[in-house]
Design a protein around this ligand. Structure first.
Ligand SMILES: [Zn+2]
Length: 149
């Protein structure tokens, strides 16, 4: 990878620690509900009146819940590389939080490679780069379990 500084294309949505990618969500201090994208106004749990949230890294693994081909440019905040090339999107249920998080699937993985329940992990991938910076975004990548392939 280049030596340019890497900048997340969406500030504050994910972080990297020890080369591993984590999505950043918030957890309600009152009832413990997780939110992604982050929520910091008031809890959506009708039984909870907390307005306090802590920022937490979410599970970086989960299972495919559904997936599709995206043949059109995604709406904000999902950002497509330019020039636009069709890519695969997966909705992944996080192992611990049981939330569905949408993301692009890493290059080279097509709809025919995915199936519901497949283990996925979060990686940080280059979205695009300009003269000064490399823009990064999170993507889902099938967990390689080894064995025959
Ligand atoms: Zn709450």
């Amino acid at each position: 990878m280049s030596t340019k500084p890497q900048v997340p294309v969406l500030e504050g949505w994910f972080t990297e620690q020890d080369g591993k990618a984590f999505l950043l969500g918030t957890r309600c201090c009152g009832c413990g509900t997780y939110y992604f994208p982050r929520l910091s106004t008031y809890c959506k749990n009708p039984a909870c009146d907390s307005e306090k949230f802590e920022e937490v890294p979410l599970s970086r693994t989960g299972k495919v819940w559904s997936f599709t081909n995206a043949c059109y440019e995604p709406p904000e905040p999902f950002v497509a590389a330019k020039p636009f090339v069709p890519y695969t999107i997966a909705a992944v249920e996080l192992d611990k939080e049981k939330m569905i998080v949408l993301g692009q699937v890493v290059e080279g993985v097509n709809v025919s490679d995915l199936k519901a329940g497949m283990e996925m992990e979060l990686v940080v991938a280059t979205l695009n780069e300009d003269e000064t910076t490399v823009k990064t975004v999170w993507k889902w990548q099938p967990v390689v379990t080894g064995g025959a392939n």
